[in-house]
Design a protein around this ligand. Structure first.
Ligand SMILES: *[C@@H]1O[C@H](CO)[C@@H](O)[C@H](O)[C@H]1NC(C)=O
Ligand SMILES: *[C@@H]1O[C@H](CO)[C@@H](O)[C@H](O)[C@H]1NC(C)=O
Ligand SMILES: *[C@@H]1O[C@H](CO)[C@@H](O)[C@H](O)[C@H]1NC(C)=O
Length: 213
């Protein structure tokens, strides 16, 4: 009885906390975001906001591990080959010798990915945009954006990772990528299904990896 009342109050508090943000459509309260229940709906990103969204692929789940462990695993790009079947390798600048310690905002990276255009492997150039482990609102956020080499004229896309401590040693992981209108839209749009599947794979991989550390 006492436990369920506590849970009810916690849920109510979380709901009230997120209510103003949702009502105003405030895209900066990242801890309140969830994967859209309708796959046609998009989520905003820190760099590009909510205008001209073409689509969002999204994966969310709870991981039984402290937030810091999940945060570090997402940013430990050198370890990706050991757990991530989607982004199976990441090339880093030569002066970055240890991740996540040496990561910096603006860091260029090349992701090697499988499953986007099977049977081929693909690569994409990315730039680290957000490293926010702890903030007053109680969530953590990291993000990187696609670099099309055309200043965004071809394709803008950004991949935020939002972590929220939901109590009981559990961290809620929300990982999504939003693609925006550009001249490459027609090329990327048919890949939406594969990208969604890849994000779901990565979600399961991350949970297995972090819970097994
Ligand atoms: C994660 O756990 C929280 C707290 O128990 C719960 O409210 C939420 O529905 C869970 N989310 C998912 C995606 O399982
Ligand atoms: C690596 O180089 C970048 C850009 O030149 C710089 O911002 C960063 O601090 C350097 N990192 C290390 C660990 O030296
Ligand atoms: C894709 O990369 C993986 C890992 O390096 C490799 O094992 C596989 O052979 C590659 N597939 C293709 C089609 O190049």
């Amino acid at each position: 009885m006492a436990m369920s009342l506590f849970k009810l109050l916690a849920a109510l508090r979380a709901m009230l906390y997120c209510l103003p943000a949702l009502a105003l459509g405030d895209p900066t309260n990242w801890g309140c975001l969830h994967c859209p229940s309708n796959s046609a709906d998009g989520l905003p990103t820190p760099t590009y906001g909510s205008d001209q969204i073409v689509f969002t692929v999204c994966a969310e789940l709870n991981i039984s591990a402290p937030l810091i462990d999940v945060y570090n695993a997402i940013l430990d790009f050198q370890a990706y080959p050991s757990w991530n079947t989607f982004a199976f390798a990441v090339d880093l600048p030569s002066n970055v010798t240890t991740t996540p310690t040496d990561n910096y905002v603006g860091m260029p990276m090349t992701f090697h990915t499988a499953g986007v255009l099977p049977p081929f492997n693909t690569t994409s150039n990315e730039v680290l945009t957000v490293l926010d482990y702890a903030n007053a609102a109680g969530y953590s956020l990291s993000a990187w954006r696609y670099d099309d080499g055309l200043g965004g004229a071809g394709m803008r896309a950004e991949h935020p990772n939002v972590l929220v401590d939901v109590g009981g040693g559990v961290t809620r992981y929300l990982s999504f990528e939003t693609y925006y209108l550009g001249t490459e839209t027609a090329v990327v749009l048919p890949l939406k299904g594969n990208l969604q599947t890849a994000f779901e794979k990565q979600r399961a991989n991350l949970k297995a990896y972090v819970e097994g550390i």
